[in-house]
Design a protein around this ligand. Structure first.
Ligand code: OGA
Ligand code: NI
Length: 335
């Protein structure tokens, strides 16, 4: 397994020109870097993102305060209480990635929708109100601010992805992410013993378009690369960005959603903040014909799944995945 010294293997991209709509030439240069990163690793770091450092610091503090509460207090917002909206707290071992319980606890958030929103009234799964802990009241405004900030950043990164594919900068913002599916999680990984063969989160790919991950200084994130697993160590002030299954599908595999996993060997708790910017729930995401033709390389995916074979909306895809990672909850809440 790879260890220290890999820091340079994942590119760092300054997305400033995309965030502030700089000159077209600057955006095109960034798009070139995005293309190289997506073709090569499917993972890169972003700087120049404009998300205030204070926001993340305060969110981290409030999250740490929440996870330090007694279990009974955390269970006041257990996911079972979030019903179909699929929000709230899950304890260590409750989420199964690739069929095995993860060594992490966490909070699930998403777009905050009122009870009288038509989608909530219609009972569409994964739509609704967030559950926030009464015991850490500052978490609510921090999470809502963070959702806004990361949505803005994510749309900017997607503008770069669009340019990198020869599409208009606004391709996603005007289409798949005009009314995006937004999921946000805060994870706490307890330290794992070196002899423990369990994973904080097991090998998987992400489901949607792009993920923007903030991680604390613990390390432990690993990314599948042609030469084997490589580390994606924390770089202060950056987000880790990676491609999800829908961007893989859209490009017919020209960009691949890259498997990754986490084991926290830091000896202390690890906090991470994955934010997912995904297509609208009802959107279907067929391959772009020109790219798909260019991408035919016949290589099998890590889990044998054929992304092209799937039919249905992104919502269908997401629910299929979610019901595997939370089987019990899915039977109770979504049936
Ligand atoms: C995920 C994920 C990594 C991390 O939530 O999909 O890969 O560091 N998270 O928590
Ligand atoms: Ni992931």
């Amino acid at each position: 397994m790879a260890g220290a010294g890999d820091a340079a293997t994942l590119p760092v991209i300054d997305v400033g020109p995309l965030v502030s709509s700089g000159p077209a030439a600057a955006a095109a240069r960034v798009a070139g870097q995005v293309q190289a990163a997506c073709r090569d690793r499917g993972f890169f770091y972003v700087t120049g993102h404009g998300v205030p450092a204070d926001l993340l610091t305060e969110l981290s503090d409030a999250s740490a305060e929440f996870f330090a509460l007694p279990l009974a207090d955390k269970l006041e917002i257990a996911m079972a209480r979030g019903g179909r909206a699929w929000r709230g707290y899950f304890p260590v071992g409750a989420e199964l990635t690739s069929g095995r319980p993860d060594q992490k606890e966490g909070l699930y958030f998403g777009t905050e929708l009122a009870e009288d929103d038509p989608r909530v009234l219609a009972g569409i799964p994964l739509h609704g109100r967030n559950l926030f802990p009464a015991r850490v009241p500052r978490l609510r405004p921090l999470v809502l601010d963070y959702l806004d900030a990361l949505t803005t950043l994510g749309q900017a990164v997607l503008a770069g992805v669009a340019l990198s594919l020869g599409l208009d900068a606004g391709y996603f913002a005007a289409g798949y992410t005009a009314d995006p599916t937004i999921l946000f999680r805060v994870f706490h990984y307890p330290p794992s013993r070196p002899d423990d063969d369990g994973w904080g989160v097991g090998e998987h790919t992400d489901y949607g378009l792009i993920t923007l991950l903030a991680q604390d200084d613990s390390g432990g994130l690993q990314v599948a690369a042609p030469e084997g697993w490589i580390d994606a160590p924390p770089i202060p002030g950056t987000f880790v960005c990676n491609i999800g299954d829908m961007l893989d599908r859209l490009t017919g595999g020209w960009y691949k959603s890259t498997p990754h996993r986490v084991r926290n060997l830091s000896g202390h708790g690890r906090l991470s903040f994955p934010f997912f910017l995904d297509p609208g729930f009802t959107a279907e995401v067929p391959p772009l014909p020109d790219l798909a033709a260019a991408a035919e390389d016949g290589s099998r995916r890590w889990d044998g799944q054929d992304l092209r074979a799937f039919t249905g909306s992104y919502g269908d895809y997401l629910l299929g995945k979610v019901s595997k990672v939370f089987p019990q909850l899915s039977r109770d809440a979504l049936s």
